[in-house]
Design a protein. Structure first.
Lengths: 146, 653
């Protein structure tokens, strides 16, 4: 091998090694940090694991929002118009959090079947429905029509 | 009548860009001088008619012409005038029109500042930009015309602009960002023109460098403004969310950063040519991808734009044509490219290559995290989202490694550097930065913290290497003043941008590690202490704005008994959209921000209140602006003086 080729070989080997390392690390980081989405029905069916970070989406049930009087604790229920899941959150809700509005909550499920949210996301569009919920509801309609 | 005029002008502009896409390119291929000469007037005509169209839309907004659907959906008679005008790009259709306007502005600028460019290259560059313009104006006219009417019955009052967008940030953020996105089309067109002509010498790198630098500077400034806007307007004090839309703008910036370094090597040393071409293609492709991601609504994001699958499909086709076409051309032409010089292991070329690899890896990381949910969904494997921990876990270490390489590359010389020279130049900065990094958490914080030490060491390393290199320039200079004026503008630009990186890194480190945040239920008279600052809640009063009503709270902040600031956060209710908005109140400072936002009213006049203490947060944006400023300064370098590319674009913004 000429020195020039040898140098090129080293560069290519280093690149392959580097890229492999980075892809490996990325995939590892990705697997550690993805949040699966569950609907209320999936949770009711017991599909959701306990104490693992996940997202739950649904419409806030009318009349279910209950604020504590002495702290920032809020309880509310989410529905996909079939099942309900109870959510507890401590903190300030986003401006567009309203009863009847579609939201996504991020957090963990506890053993009692109550979702402990550490983040609540609502969208800045009053007609917005999270795509996940829209899809679950579309599926429901199709099943209902069959 | 005026809106129809706008639509008509847009159709005429499409005709001109269609001709621009064909005639000059054909002329360049057949060496027909007359046809190549058509490029300049066509570029001017295209710009003129898009500008007319844009002014027509602005006029419709100013006149509250609610028979125009776009105006009715994004304006209101009570909206202040400056927001009526910025509402022109407050929605999908108008922002695309702005895209087209800026694209034609860049095209015109290239045609005006190109006296030293060979005619065939100019014709090809303008022709390629004409092809892009044809695609985008067709997209505008067929799927998203802003001039559609509600006729014969139209609403008496408009639906109002999204309250989040009624802000100074929105007036400047999108045009800046688009200047950057679209500016990469110039670098892209130069690359394609070079591939078409087969003349891949250092000169094409010199021609496209100023354009790339200035587009990169605008993109950086746009992202910085966006981050600042999110910080004060979204009401939860974050400055970066790893939201898909933010990622969409970060990816072209990262690849653009790689591109401008690679262009420097190509111009100076004649190596990395094909790599540079590839980066130019990808920088623009990622800009298009960003537009696709934002406009098609395929991703869940805080930027909930009304989306439409038909529009998404159109941009996707445009994207595939651009990437597919340019990569095919690249595959045919790039193998002929020859390097003009060699370099050793320890050389500036090698260090810049390392920098390029890091930047590309970061862009790929962001791309992966952004598209992974889409991929999983398309495979039917469930709905997922990728959170900030993923991005932070990968970004922070790569950023750190890259900053270390940055310091070395500044000390390295072209071709080959002796190890002794590097050691000699870097020893002191290394010692200084490590000592500073170790001491800092003890002085500023309350004990050792590895993350802080890492962040501060790396930041100071970048600063120290920049200053030691600057000092080394004067080692043999007889007269310091003459030397200062002799150094080229591009050198100062580079130094400033690198200082910007360090300033931003300092800001990110400190604000991430030492911020304090508390959400509290506060009754009138309640107070809370955060980092030594005492926040006392004095209750709220109802106030009335032009198109909203609000509850305005009062919080008195004191430090060691002395009043530092009186903050007035608001909870606004916008009447037309019937939506609530949090207006945070901030006492800004170079070393700390005090940030207060109102949550919701609770019983007995008490409120949920969010209080933040944000040290050094301004440094993040200061760093971003320094980088952008550095990019702009490089354009004033004497080497580009004959071309004078910098002056016009600013006016077109």
């Amino acid at each position: 091998m000429t020195p020039k080729r040898k140098k090129r070989l080293y560069i290519i080997l280093a690149l392959v090694f580097g890229v492999g390392l980075i892809v490996g690390l990325s995939m590892y980081a990705l697997n550690q940090n993805i949040n699966l989405f569950y609907s209320a029905s999936q949770i009711a069916a017991g599909e959701a694991p306990v104490d693992k970070r996940m997202r739950v989406g649904g419409m806030v049930v009318e009349g279910s929002v209950n604020r504590s009087t002495d702290s920032l604790k809020v309880e509310f229920a989410l529905t996909d118009y079939e099942h309900r899941v109870n959510v507890v959150f401590v903190g300030i809700l986003p401006d567009l959090f309203r009863e009847g509005q579609g939201i996504i909550a991020q957090g963990t499920m506890n053993a009692a079947g109550i979702f402990q949210a550490d983040e609540v996301l609502a969208k800045h569009d009053e007609n917005y429905m999270p795509p996940e919920i829209a899809e679950t509801m579309k599926k429901k309609q199709i099943e209902a029509s069959q | 009548m005026i809106p129809e005029l706008g639509e008509f002008a847009l159709i005429l502009a499409l005709c001109f860009s269609g001709v621009l896409a064909v005639i000059p390119l054909y002329g360049a291929a057949t060496l027909n001088v007359l046809w190549m000469n058509y490029a300049k007037p066509l570029a001017a005509a295209q710009f003129t008619f898009i500008a007319i169209s844009f002014v027509c839309l602005g006029y419709a907004f100013a006149q509250d012409d609610f028979s125009v659907q776009y105006v009715a959906n994004h304006s209101n008679s009570l909206l202040p005038l400056q927001f009526k005008l910025s509402a022109v790009w407050g929605g999908h259709e108008g922002s695309l029109l702005l895209w087209a306007l800026i694209l034609s502005g860049w095209t015109l600028a290239v045609s005006l500042f190109s006296r030293n460019l060979p005619l065939d290259i100019l014709a090809r560059v303008l022709g390629v930009m004409g092809i892009i313009a044809t695609g985008f104006i067709s997209f505008l006219l067929w799927t998203s015309s802003p001039f559609l009417r509600y006729l014969p019955r139209f609403p008496q009052e408009g639906a109002d602009l999204n309250p989040l967008l009624q802000d100074f940030g929105l007036i400047v953020h999108p045009p800046m960002l688009y200047m950057g996105y679209v500016g990469f089309s110039v670098a892209f067109s130069f690359a394609i023109a070079a591939l078409l002509s087969g003349r891949l010498d250092a000169s094409w790198a010199r021609w496209s460098r100023p354009w790339t630098n200035i587009a990169w500077a605008f993109l950086g400034a746009g992202i910085t403004l966006g981050s600042w806007w999110a910080y004060y307007e979204l009401g939860w004090g974050g400055w970066w969310f790893w939201d898909p839309v933010e990622n969409a703008s970060l990816m072209p910036w990262l690849v653009g950063t790689a591109l401008l370094h690679s262009l420097a090597v190509t111009e100076k040393r004649g190596v990395f040519k094909s790599w540079t071409l590839l980066l130019a293609i990808f920088a623009f492709s990622l800009s298009l991808l960003g537009t696709f991601l934002v406009r098609s609504g395929v991703l869940t994001s805080v930027h909930a734009f009304a989306s439409d699958p038909e529009r998404g499909l159109f941009i996707l086709i445009l994207l595939l044509l651009t990437i597919g076409g340019s990569l095919t051309l690249y595959a045919f032409k790039a193998p002929n490219v020859k390097s003009e010089s060699r370099f050793g292991w320890l050389s500036r070329e090698m260090m810049l290559l390392v920098n390029n690899v890091f930047l590309t890896v970061m862009a790929v990381t962001v791309l992966l995290g952004t598209l992974y949910p889409l991929l999983i969904d398309a495979l039917g494997a469930g709905k997922i989202s990728v959170g900030p921990p993923y991005f932070n876990a990968l970004f922070v270490p790569i950023m750190g490694l890259m900053s270390i390489a940055m310091g070395v590359s500044i000390a390295a010389r072209w071709r080959q550097t002796k190890l002794d020279v590097i050691k000699q130049n870097l020893l002191i900065p290394a010692i200084v930065s490590i000592i500073f990094g170790l001491i800092f958490p003890f002085i500023y914080g309350d004990g050792f913290n590895f993350k802080v030490t890492f962040g501060m060491t790396v930041s100071l390393w970048v600063l120290a290497t920049v200053f030691s290199e600057f000092k080394a320039k004067f080692r043999n200079a007889p007269n310091i003043m003459t030397k200062i004026t002799q150094l080229p503008a591009s050198y100062y630009g580079m130094m400033l941008a690198h200082i910007g990186v360090a300033v931003m890194a300092i800001g990110i480190t400190i604000v991430s590690m030492y911020s304090e945040e508390r959400d509290m239920r506060m009754a009138i008279g309640d107070s809370i202490e955060l980092s030594g600052y005492q926040f006392t809640f004095k209750g709220t009063l109802p106030i009335k704005g032009p198109n909203f009503t609000a509850d305005q709270g009062t919080l008195v902040v004191s430090y060691e008994g002395e009043t530092v600031a009186i903050l007035h956060p608001e909870k606004r209710h916008y009447t037309a959209k019937r939506s609530m908005m949090t207006e945070a109140s901030i006492d800004a400072g170079l070393f700390r921000d005090l940030y207060v936002a109102l949550g919701e009213p609770l019983a007995d006049g008490a409120w949920a209140v969010r209080v933040h203490f944000k040290p050094f947060v301004r440094w993040i944006w200061l760093g971003g602006l320094l980088m952008a400023l550095g990019g702009i300064i490089t354009v004033f370098d004497k080497r580009y003086r004959a071309a004078k590319p910098a002056n016009l674009e600013v006016k077109h913004a």
